[in-house]
Design a protein around this ligand. Structure first.
Ligand code: CU1
Ligand code: CU1
Ligand code: CU1
Ligand code: CU1
Length: 613
């Protein structure tokens, strides 16, 4: 048999094995009470919440018909970590690759799962909506994994922070001038497999492969099993050289694949603990259980160890020392990418704009969604697609050339930690600083030998944390034409505009990809345009494509110094203060005389009245 025939036969076998999975997802509200403390409605699928785990194999095709029956809200689905090669339109973030799915519309996600296996998840990408429950696991199975990793059984586990109020209610008070510091909403609880006080029954002397996902909105979590070890073998779908650790630190949107080998004896049960990272919270309410206890159960006739005192956070945290993901090396040894062809430097701060609301700003610009989804601007703009301006003044858009090495340098001038996520790619994390001081952040300096000690085989993942007042440097190859969002996965921060848009190889997108009529229908039904620049303007000339009149823009900045009103208020305050002090002095050294005091108070009152009018 000659080589050609072998190749053809192998291809036939793959083709025969690849499946088409068709799902009909009826998205509705479902009554639930995940923490047992507060009945509320969650967003479910086909009348069920939690929503199903999707399990497919590499090279399978996934077809999901999403019927939005919420009635009062748009929706969307994003498949977090999937490359969507050739199917950028199926990626899901609204106003980036698609219009939101309006109530009553059935939207089709149709894509092939290629060139990746491992642990992923899927969630709504409409505002902060996945907080309301539209979040689930997406597993791409690898037939050879069990043999390679030598495990007996596989178990899925999600952790998440949990809010009693629905996301739109939270958003109203969060993005408000009455919350000028941008204090993030504090969750009411954390969930473990969308529940609490969970028991996991295990067999002795057995190796489990645990796929762990943090599907939360905001808080990272520490995880450990008392008296057991985790062997990390996968991060964000990337297989890594096994490393043992006592505990994990997992930011929102990250995944860890770990092996747990159980004990030979069944005389005891153990705690499986998840802990909210307290450092991320502006305040810790007395009733918030930072430390949550679940159990691994060897023997149901033996007692469960009692719950840990959730207030004794500091004591618990001292004992755990989670593995640093920077030390994890991919099994497929991808060497450090060469020096970049293109560098994107992002300085990030949180600040107030003219409406008094606190926003997240990259190089002084907050992300504001365009009027036309950016992918649809690419598809409709022909030769003008390479001009970054057409994607809008407030979408933080960068146009990338096919196959160039891109480096993102992110200087975090904010005193919080942030997990950054890139759609459509994994990136190498080549440098990451420690936490800096609030008044002295650590800014990346390529000439500083401590900053440019890049690993030979850097860690690869799709969501990585930048430390407070520190920096992170990421590299990837622009080998996946499409429009890809890069943003903080703390969804409250995304709502504050902590995002950029990467328009990768736009001409290749135009020639290799298409948008199906069903997706245009979503725009039409939602009274949105799917043609034109970020403002929906278009025409035959370059000038018309560069015309952004009517585009969505961020609020004006807060005025410098004092406004006229400010000066008047200041002058009034000063006068009243001087008058007050002189009165105290004048009357303070006199004998007490009630009549004079009354006249004085009246005079003061009259003056205040005059100014107020
Ligand atoms: Cu994603
Ligand atoms: Cu995500
Ligand atoms: Cu963030
Ligand atoms: Cu995203």
């Amino acid at each position: 048999m000659h080589l050609g025939a072998v190749f053809a036969l192998a291809w036939l076998i793959t083709a025969a094995a690849a499946k088409v999975h068709t799902f009909h997802f009826n998205v509705t509200y479902v009554e639930a009470n995940p923490d047992g403390l507060h009945p509320r409605r969650m967003i479910g699928i086909n009348g069920q919440w939690p929503i199903p785990t999707i399990r497919v194999k590499k090279d399978d095709t996934v077809r999901i018909y999403v019927d939005n029956q919420l009635g009062d809200r748009n929706t969307s689905l994003h498949f977090h970590g999937l490359f969507q090669q050739g199917t950028n339109a199926m990626d899901g973030p609204e106003m980036v690759t698609q219009c939101p799915i309006p109530p009553g519309h059935t939207f089709l996600y149709d894509f092939k799962v290629q060139n990746q296996t491992g642990t992923y998840w899927y969630h709504s990408h409409s505002g902060s909506q996945y907080s309301d429950g539209l979040r689930g696991l997406f597993i791409i199975e690898d037939d050879d994994l069990q043999r390679r990793l030598k495990y007996d059984e596989e178990v899925d586990l999600s952790v998440t922070d949990y809010y009693h109020d629905e996301a739109p209610v939270i958003m109203e008070s969060f993005m408000s001038r009455y919350n000028p510091t941008g204090a993030e909403p504090i969750p009411q609880n954390s969930l473990f497999n969308e529940s609490r006080n969970v028991s996991w029954e295990v067999k002795p002397d057995t190796t489990y492969f645990l796929r762990i996902v943090n599907m939360g909105m905001f808080t990272s979590q520490y995880l450990y099993i008392e008296d057991h070890k985790f062997t990390v073998v996968e991060i964000d779908g990337v297989e890594v050289e096994p490393q043992e650790t006592d505990s994990l630190y997992i930011t929102v949107a990250q995944r860890y694949g770990v092996l747990v080998h159980t004990k030979k004896t069944i005389d005891k049960n153990y705690r499986f603990v998840n802990i909210i990272d307290k450092e991320m919270l502006d305040i810790v309410p007395d009733d918030l259980e930072l430390v949550s206890t679940n159990w691994i159960v060897y023997n149901e006739h033996k007692p469960l160890p009692k719950k840990l005192n959730f207030r004794k956070f500091e004591k618990t945290i001292e004992q755990i020392n989670p593995i640093d993901d920077f030390t994890l090396t991919p099994v497929a040894k991808y060497p450090l990418l060469p020096d970049p062809d293109y560098q994107i430097k992002l300085n990030f701060v949180m600040d107030n704009l003219g409406d008094g609301v606190n926003y997240a700003l990259f190089n002084n610009k907050t992300y504001v969604p365009p009027k036309v989804p950016t992918l649809m601007t690419v598809m409709s703009s022909g030769e003008y697609a390479v001009m970054p301006q057409i994607y809008g003044s407030n979408t933080n858009s960068y146009v990338l050339q096919k196959d160039e090495v891109v480096e993102i340098v992110l200087n975090n001038m904010d005193p919080g930690k942030h997990p950054f996520h890139l759609h459509g790619h994994n990136f190498q994390v080549i440098s990451r600083s420690e936490e800096g001081e609030e008044d002295d952040p650590i800014v990346y300096d390529p000439k500083n030998p401590d900053h440019n000690k890049f690993p030979e085989y850097p860690m690869i993942r799709d969501t990585a944390q930048v430390n407070a007042n520190g920096f992170i440097v990421l590299r990837f190859k622009a080998d996946n034409p499409g429009v890809w969002f890069f943003h903080c996965h703390v969804d409250w921060h995304l709502e504050q505009g902590l995002a950029i848009t990467l328009v990768e190889a736009p001409f290749d997108v135009q020639t290799t990809q298409q948008i199906i009529p069903n997706h245009f229908d979503a725009c039409t039904l939602g009274n949105m345009s799917y043609y034109g620049n970020a403002a929906g303007n278009h025409g035959d000339s370059k000038q018309e494509w560069l015309d952004l009149s009517g585009e969505n823009l961020q609020p004006e900045p807060l005025p410098e110094g004092f406004t006229t009103m400010g000066y008047i208020a200041m002058a009034m305050c000063t006068m009243v203060a001087i008058f007050g002090i002189s009165s105290i002095y004048k009357y303070g050294i006199q004998d007490i005389h009630t009549e004079d005091t009354e006249i004085m108070i009246k005079k003061l009152y009259d003056i205040i009245q005059q100014y107020e009018n």
